[in-house]
Design a protein around this ligand. Structure first.
Ligand SMILES: NC(=O)C1=CN([C@@H]2O[C@H](COP(=O)(O)OP(=O)(O)OC[C@H]3O[C@@H](n4cnc5c(N)ncnc54)[C@H](OP(=O)(O)O)[C@@H]3O)[C@@H](O)[C@H]2O)C=CC1
Ligand SMILES: O=C1O[C@H](COP(=O)(O)O)[C@@H](O)[C@H](O)[C@H]1O
Length: 489
């Protein structure tokens, strides 16, 4: 699926948390793919750092294993792997005490090339790292800092985090990752809306009945027990990924793809989201938690059993959201996300209004409203559901069919991981697919009242069996409005 590869300027990529899970599963494999596609210019270097004492060769062995474990065999080219490993070195440094930062400085030397500090560590360390980078004179005008989620657990903590980083880095140097924005189909949403004249005239409350955004996972807790149980699905998925998707669907056309032009429009959407307060939360939101069931073909434990202790944390959320502006007045946006659901699928469904009058008699069968389904994963693509005449001599019978554009079928080749695109954008200094401070804070301003309403009213999590579509209350949430969730297949 890769298009023409344009090399980026030489850069130093410093991974804090270089020995961690994110580095192993995503960052090192993504950087390898960019090497393999010859996107690097010389001299590009990758420096891993964490507290563990390790030699360069030991970290190279870690990186080699990361590639072997997380890159498909057909893309492992021994010569490219060796060249990639040749770029890698390691420095032990403690983010809190600052020990080792002088060694890091020595390793980077007086290079003036682009310098990207990637913080793949717990957010509690962001402030310390930023402070130590400044104290040891490591921040140059060509430096950028990349922040991984979670960016706070509420508005107050997000502000605190942003203030800490803002002491040492300008906003134009800060790259807040939301990896959903790096997904191909998410960017395609912008292409679909703004590179086609077809949809935009219909993209409003006069023609759209409602919007559904589903991010369903089949995985459970995985290894992120401590983080997840403190976060829950609302903070983990809705505050960032689902709201970013909602913004891309709902925003006005930006004047250009310039980072601030796009982010200004997303911000307006976030600020126009109708607050869901304590009284409304039980009607407009659903919290769920999976119980034992079956997923991905086998029996699985419930959340509490997986966790090993009692917990009221939600692993499923459904929300009926509204955007209070002219374009979207009275058009509900139904959001849902959860772990251990029936299938892994992320998709956006735009359901258009039904036809105003049918010229066909009862014998023609039901006429379904047109739906545009944008599938983010798996099987990325776009389907436009329309009504046609059922072929054959059986008279005027109508039937719904999809006009189907599967990206895998249309574009051969490997689909790059979101991190590949995002890392290259960091190097290019392009912030279009990264969240600005005010966006993150506006998202928390909408999430906080929901979280508080849940806590104050003790809105219990409703159990759902693993391998299903969540609690029955989620179905009721949309059916109360006379609508149904799109059946993902
Ligand atoms: N893993 C994932 O898929 C995702 C992770 N994230 C986020 O990325 C961040 C990292 O996650 P993950 O890789 O899973 O975490 P891990 O626990 O696997 O890795 C943490 C890393 O931080 C290092 N570290 C810990 N304390 C210090 C310190 N005081 N100074 C320097 N380095 C330190 C650790 O090495 P050492 O102990 O040797 O110092 C290790 O390399 C988290 O904020 C997480 O929420 C976001 C999205 C997905
Ligand atoms: O950010 C996160 O995303 C993943 C889901 O990402 P995907 O690219 O696999 O759809 C989710 O599992 C995790 O809990 C969350 O922190």
């Amino acid at each position: 699926m890769t298009s023409q590869i344009i090399p980026v300027d030489p850069f130093d990529f410093i991974i804090f948390g270089g020995t961690g899970d994110l580095s192993e599963r995503k960052l090192l494999p993504s950087l390898y793919h960019r090497q393999r596609d010859h996107q690097f210019s010389e001299p590009t270097r990758i420096i891993g750092t964490s507290r563990s004492k390790m030699s360069d060769d030991e970290f190279r062995a870690f990186a080699r294993k990361a590639i072997e474990d997380h890159v498909a065999a057909e893309y492992i080219d021994p010569a490219e792997v060796d060249e990639f490993l040749g770029r890698i070195s390691y420095v032990a440094a403690d983010a809190v005490s600052g020990d080792g930062f002088e060694d890091l400085k020595a390793a980077i030397g007086d290079s003036t090339c682009i310098r990207a500090f990637y913080l793949a560590v717990a957010p509690a360390l962001f402030g310390d790292i930023s402070r130590n980078l400044e104290a040891h004179g490591l921040i140059t005008p060509a430096s950028r800092i990349v922040l991984e989620k979670p960016l706070g657990r509420d508005l107050a903590s997000a502000r605190e985090l942003n203030d800490l980083i803002g002491r040492n880095f300008r906003e134009s140097q800060i790259f807040r990752i939301d990896h959903y924005l790096g997904k191909e189909t998410v960017q395609n949403l912008m292409a679909l809306r703004f590179a086609n004249a077809l949809y935009e005239p219909l993209w409003n409350s006069a023609h759209v009945d409602h919007v559904q955004i589903t991010v369903a996972e089949t995985v459970g807790l995985e290894d992120r027990v401590t983080y997840y149980d403190k976060a829950g699905a609302l903070r983990d998925m809705v505050q960032n990924h689902l709201l970013q998707l909602l913004c891309l669907v709902a925003m006005e056309a930006p004047s250009s793809m310039d980072a601030d032009a796009v982010r200004d429009e997303k911000l307006k959407v976030l600020r126009a989201l109708k607050r869901i307060n304590g009284n409304e939360a039980p009607k407009h939101t659903v919290r769920g938690q999976y119980r034992a069931g079956a997923s991905a073909g086998g029996p699985v434990k419930g959340y509490v059993e997986e966790l090993g202790k009692d917990s009221g944390t939600e692993t499923f959320v459904a929300i009926r959201a509204e955007i209070e502006n002219w374009r979207w007045a009275n058009v509900p946006f139904y959001l849902r996300t959860g772990k251990r659901l029936a299938t892994r699928v992320s998709e956006i469904v735009i359901e258009f209004k039904p036809i105003p009058h049918s010229i066909f008699g009862d014998g023609a069968g039901p006429i379904f409203a047109n739906q545009l389904v944008i599938r983010l994963q798996p099987d990325e693509g776009v389907k436009q559901f329309i009504m046609i005449k059922d072929p054959g001599p059986g008279g005027m019978r109508l039937r719904q069919i999809p006009l189907d554009m599967s990206f895998a079928q249309s574009f051969k080749g490997r689909a790059p991981d979101a991190y590949e695109r995002l890392i290259m954008d960091v190097v290019r200094g392009n912030q279009t697919l990264f969240m600005r401070r005010d966006e993150v804070e506006a998202a928390w301003s909408w999430i906080d009242p929901i979280q508080q309403a849940w806590e104050n009213a003790r809105q219990e999590v409703q159990g759902y069996t693993a391998g299903t579509w969540g609690p029955s209350a989620s179905i009721a949430l949309i059916e109360r409005d006379g609508r149904t969730w799109h059946e993902s297949t």
